[in-house]
Design a protein around this ligand. Sequence first.
Ligand SMILES: [Zn+2]
Length: 466
Amino acid sequence: MAKYIASIPLGDIERIAIIPGGGRSMAQVKGDADYICNAGFYSMTTGKPVGHLKVDGVVRSKETWGCWGYAWDKADIKLAALPAAAKNYISGVEMLTPMIGMQDAMLYNPDVGGVRPRTAMALTGDKLLLYCADTPTTPEALRTALHRLGAETAIMLDGGGSSQCDFTGQKISSSRRVHNYLAVWLRKKKDKPMSEAYQVTPSVGVNIRSGPGTGYSKVGAYAQGTVVTVTATRDGWGQTEKGWVSLDYLEAVEAAQRVTDNGLRIQARYIDAGRKNRPCGVNPCGYITIHETGNAARGADAAAHGSYLNSAAGEAALVSWHYTVDDHAIVQHLPDGETAYHAGDGPKGTGNARSIGVEICVNADGDFAKARENAASLVRLLMEEHGIPIGHVVQHNHWNGKDCPYTIRHTSGAWEAFLALCEGGPCAKTNRQTVQARFGLAEETMDYLEAYRYGADLLQKLAAAN
Ligand SMILES: [Zn+2]
C-alpha cells in the first residue's frame, strides 16, 4: 500500500498534458514525462470519458451541464468553469471549488463514494499537487488531507482500481488501462552557473587549503553544514571565499533554498533512507510540535543532533524529528512530508504521523533566547508553507504528557511568548531592538519583558511609544 503526493512548483512546470491511453499501459504512455497518473472518470461500460474533457484543442467529452475543473494551454493551469476556451481542460468530482467548500457535501455518484484508492489534483497558491494512493480513503478524508497540504482548489480524478502513478519514480501500479493519463514535464535545469552553493558534508568538516590540492598549505577548515560558494573548480577542488576545498566533501545545495525571515538558511541533511528511525510514512503536516533537546552538554547544537540522528545510536534509539534549531543554525533531518518518531504517541499517533517535529537546543554554550527566536522563524516558515494555523503549534506535552519543552514549560509565560514570537514575524525582533536601544535596557530586562504574558504586545506598544 502506498500514497504519493507530488507537490510541483508551478514555476518549474514546462508542460501539462492529458494523454489518451488508447489501450496502452501507463508505462507505455509515460515517455520522458516527470509525473504521470490516471486522470478523469470514464464509463467502464462504454469505455468513454465522463464529464468535460478537452485535449490539445479537441473536445473529447461534453455534457449538458457545466462544472468547475482545471483548464490550461501549456502550463498556465487554473480552476475554470467548464467548458472553457483553453486548449485543455479536465473535470472530476468537485472537492474544493467556488461551489463546494470544506463544509459542503460533495456531489458524486454513490459508487464513487466510500473507502477506495483515489487519484486527485489540486492547486495551492504556487504549486500543483498530484495525489495518488492505493491506500483506500473516503472522498471527504481526501479533501481534508489536500486542504491541510494547502490546497485552495481540488478535484478528484478517478479512483478504485484505476489509481496508478509514477511521480519521478514513486510508483503505484495497476493493470487497468485507463482512458486518459495526466502528465507533467518539468523545465530542464539550466547550465550550471559560474558560482554555486555547496554544503560541507563530513562530520569532521573539511580543510581549507591555499591551492587546489593536498600539497598546498592548510589555511583553515569549514565545519560540517557550512554552506560555501564555489567560484571556480580545478582538479576536483573548488575555490571558496577562504581558500580551496576538495569537492569530494561538498554536496551541491539545491537551487531552491529555504531561508527563514531572519535570514537563516535551512541545512537539509537527511537521515539515510533505510535507517529504522526514518519510517517514511506520509505526513500531511497538520501540526508543528515544539521540543527541547534536554541536552545541556557543551557542543550539543543542531549539527551535533543531526549527526546523532543519522548514526547507529540514533537508529537504535528509534528516534527522529524534522528540525533541530540552535542559536546559529537550523538543520533539517527529514523532509516535512515524512512521518517521524518524536511525539511518543505511537507510530500512527497524530503527533508522530501528522506533525512536524522541531527540537530547540539547550546546550550550555548556546544562547537559548536566540535559539528560541530562530525556532520561531522556522515555525513561521512552516506555517506559511503548509498553511498550519498558530492553534496547531503545540508542545510535545500535548501528545503524550511528557514534560517537554522543559525550559519553556517551567518559565512562566514563556510558551505564550514563544507563540507570540511565532505570530509576530521579524517585526517582533525589530520591536525588541527598538525598545532596548530607546530605553537602554539590559538583555535580562528584555528577556523578562519578552517572557511577560503579553510580551510581544507590550514590546510593540513600547516600540511605538513617543
Ligand atoms: Zn520532546
